[in-house]
Structures are given as structure tokens and as C-alpha cells.
Design a protein around this ligand. Structure first.
Ligand code: IPE
Ligand code: IPE
Ligand code: MG
Length: 253
């Protein structure tokens, strides 16, 4: 969507930091892993919701580049959970027309997980009902650094001049460049920070935070986020009057 255009009331792309699994389990005096399992069920509810609403793209933060630093026991258990989910869910996602992809440093995962990620992507590549992107071993800074390296390689090879590098070109080398940038960002769990999620892609995204812990997420909560989004005026640096004028232009014959 060009800058200054009014937001359509439904976001085309929703990006979510699914936070609060550990605290959800702690509140129940259960191991953190119980929270991650309940979180996986909330992922399914969220995918269902977005498919039903006709949201074209959903990006979920499943595991950050910093999450590798958690206690080994938790990392191992999360890897097992990913493996199981990849084995269980991909058929159903494919059947429902979901195109799955993973962004982040795939080489840090075991070959079993990395191969399943490759296979899930290949298998669902032709689907068009919704683009589901899972950020796993993902960091926004790493994403931008990687894009810079790709451009530097082209300069070193003599196929690109430094003065040709601008935000549009760099923006074509970060993750998810084939999708519109997220319209709506949701973070559950009560913390109001980005935690190294899509730093580049979130430049003009509408941010929505909730105290609700990720395993408690349901359609009502997601609908509240959509309703809030629909009320917002996205100005992209322009004035409210300019945005209103652009809206009138687009509706007039
Ligand atoms: C988010 O929940 C899931 C991952 C980061 C893998 P947390 O595990 O961060 O839950 P809290 O924030 O400790 O409650
Ligand atoms: C962000 O949550 C990463 C994911 C949800 C995958 P964290 O729990 O890792 O973030 P911080 O540590 O609270 O910033
Ligand atoms: Mg957390």
C-alpha cells in the first residue's frame, strides 16, 4: 500500500510475539514446558482464526536467536516440541492451503528439524490461502546484518555500486520481502517490547499489546486486536488532513 493511504480495516499481514508460556505454567505450578505445549494449541487456534478472517499473511515468533541461551533442558524440550509439531501439523496446513515458511538461522537446528522445515516449505510452496511464516532462531538484527552481507558480496563481485544501495534495495534482502510489511503486531504476555523481532519490517506497523498470556489466546482476544486496528489512522509521517484527502480521492470515481 502506498504511503499515506488509509488502512483497510482488515490487516493483510499480522505478526505476533507469542509470549507468556512460562508464566502461564508457573501460575499453575507446572513445569515451563507445560506452558509451551499449551502455547502450541494457541498457535492452532490463531491459524484457524486468521484463515477464517481471510488474513493473507501471519508471522509468528516461535524462537529467538537469544532463546538458545535458555537452560539446555528447556531448549531441548522446545526442539522436541517443534519436531512433533512439524510431523503432526504440516499435512493439515497443506490441506487447508497454507503456505509455510521458516525465517531465521536454520543451520543452528538439528538436521532432523532442518530437513522437516525444508520439506514443509517445499510441500506447501504452491498454496495460496495464507502465508504462514514461522520465525525460529530468528533475530531482527541478524536479519539486517545478513542483508548487508548479501549486498556487500555483490559490491565485492563488482555487480553493485555502493551508491546503488538504498532502503528499497536493502529491504529486498531482509526476510519476508515478498509480503507486504506487517500491518498489525501483537505481543501477548504483558511486556511492551520488540525483543529483536522484525526490526526492519515493523517500521510502520501498528503495535498492540495485551497482558493475556499466550496459552490463553482465543478468537475473542484476536478479534479485539483486529477491532482496535480498524480504528487506527495510519499516517506514515503525513498529516491527518492529507490522509483524509487521500481517502476521499480513492473512493471518488
Ligand atoms: C514464549 O514464552 C515462548 C518462547 C520464547 C519460546 P516464554 O517461554 O518466553 O514465556 P515467559 O515469558 O517466560 O512467560
Ligand atoms: C520473545 O520472547 C521471543 C519469542 C516469543 C519467541 P522472549 O520471552 O524471549 O523475550 P524477552 O526475553 O522477554 O524480551
Ligand atoms: Mg518470554
Amino acid at each position: 500500500m502506498p504511503n499515506g493511504m488509509p488502512a483497510p480495516s482488515l490487516p493483510a499481514h499480522v505478526a505476533i510475539i507469542m509470549d507468556g508460556n512460562g508464566r502461564w505454567a508457573q501460575q499453575r505450578r507446572r513445569p515451563r514446558m507445560i506452558g509451551h505445549r499449551a502455547g502450541a494449541r494457541a498457535v492452532n487456534r490463531t491459524i484457524d482464526f486468521c484463515l477464517e478472517r481471510g488474513i493473507a499473511a501471519l508471522t509468528l515468533f516461535a524462537f529467538s536467536s537469544e532463546n538458545w541461551g535458555r537452560p539446555q533442558e528447556e531448549v531441548d524440550a522446545l526442539m522436541k516440541l517443534f519436531l512433533g509439531a512439524l510431523d503432526r501439523e504440516v499435512d493439515e496446513l497443506d490441506r487447508r492451503g497454507v503456505r509455510v515458511r521458516f525465517i531465521g538461522e536454520r543451520s543452528r537446528f538439528s538436521s532432523g528439524i532442518a530437513q522437516r522445515m525444508d520439506r514443509a516449505e517445499q510441500r506447501t510452496a504452491g498454496n495460496g490461502a495464507m502465508a504462514l511464516s514461522i520465525a525460529a532462531s530468528y533475530g531482527g538484527r541478524q536479519d539486517i546484518a545478513h542483508a548487508a552481507r548479501l549486498l556487500a558480496e555483490q559490491v565485492a563481485a563488482g555487480t553493485l555500486l555502493p551508491e546503488q544501495i538504498d532502503e528499497h534495495l536493502l529491504g529486498r534482502h531482509v526476510a519476508l520481502t515478498d509480503l507486504p510489511p506487517p500491518d498489525l503486531f501483537i505481543r501477548t504476555g504483558g511486556d511492551t517490547r520488540i525483543s529483536n523481532f522484525l526490526l526492519w519490517q515493523l517500521a510502520y506497523t501498528e503495535l498492540w499489546f495485551t497482558e493475556v498470556l499466550w496459552p490463553d489466546v482465543d478468537a475473542d482476544l484476536l478479534q479485539r486486536a483486529l477491532d482496535d486496528y480498524a480504528q487506527r489512522e495510519r499516517r506514515y509521517g503525513l498529516t491527518s488532513a492529507q490522509v483524509a484527502a487521500a481517502a476521499t480521492e480513492t473512493v471518488s470515481p
